[in-house]
Write a protein that binds this ligand. Sequence first.
Ligand SMILES: Cc1ncc(COP(=O)(O)O)c(C=O)c1O
Length: 344
Amino acid sequence: MQIITSPQNFSEEELYIDLRSIFGHTLFLKCEGFNFAGSIKLKAAKEMVEAAERDGILRPDSILVESSSGNLGVALSMIAASKGYRFLCVTDRRCNFSTRLLMEALGSQIHIITEPDADGGGFLGARLSYVQALCASDKRYVWLNQYTNPNNWLAHYHTTAPAIARQFPQLDVLFIGAGTTGTLMGCARYFREWHRSVWIIAVDSVGSVTFGDPPGPRMIPGLGMGVRPPLLDESYVDEVIRVKEVDTVRACHRMARSGFLLGGSTGTVVSGAMDWLTRHEAPDLTAVAISPDLGERYLDTVYCTSWLQEVYGDGVFEPDELTAREPAVSLIGSIPSINRSTAR
Ligand SMILES: Cc1ncc(COP(=O)(O)O)c(C=O)c1O
């Protein structure tokens, strides 16, 4: 039994899904969605807040402010509520509706940026400028800045990576999605110092500029950046895989059809990993991937047929998948008359 008094003190570290029965390759998917913030960002939030408290940056009258596409915002909302701080989340219109409601329920304030940066910095550039202006306007604002804060990657160096190492002493390949690159850099640094060499593969979405590609439209939050992530040190990354959002969606739906409802970035990581495992035909490899969150926050996007058609057109599903998809919901206006001979 585990008894807690603060929500941030619970985190599931030992749950993996073996995806072989769904995709045909053994890939152990570390599930990070089972905590009270519902995502891996709880770890970064906890480490950054605790460090700011230790350093005397966070005081009782401080107002935490952060730019987040959602999950860090939820994690900080939860920790702020638990510790009695105020929190203002600066997000943009791609933030899931349910994520916004979660932050509100936890007592946070939310400012939504509706237009991307005019100088090509995308929504992220616009969010960062807004946070900087807020901090300049009032000394009570404290910006932990997940994009530059070393405690972001240290959280994974201290928790995620050692947890994987404990369960997989023969680990060969690790697939990690890249957002701020906190998870990537923390795990990559840990495994660089480990007793055996592990191939570190970063998975990014097409349209992200993280690894030097040109910017493009991206609708699924979590992975990918509109500006180059300051935490990234590419010398720790052995390989980069780029995944199109339609492939993200396909992987998500394939897992959901087996009962595993996982978040958008999990679909990206799994799609990239399965593609890599297919190309490398190495059945004895021990491969692990990290799933940052669960799928419930994506019911109105990744798992919503009308949203998918609006954003990606009809081509998201393969023709055979489309014909197999009957309408999930039917509106029944009146009770149909019952054929009495068959009803008895
Ligand atoms: C759902 C999801 N996946 C992946 C990531 C990327 O993690 P990181 O910022 O550590 O690179 C995030 C970050 O917010 C996220 O919310």
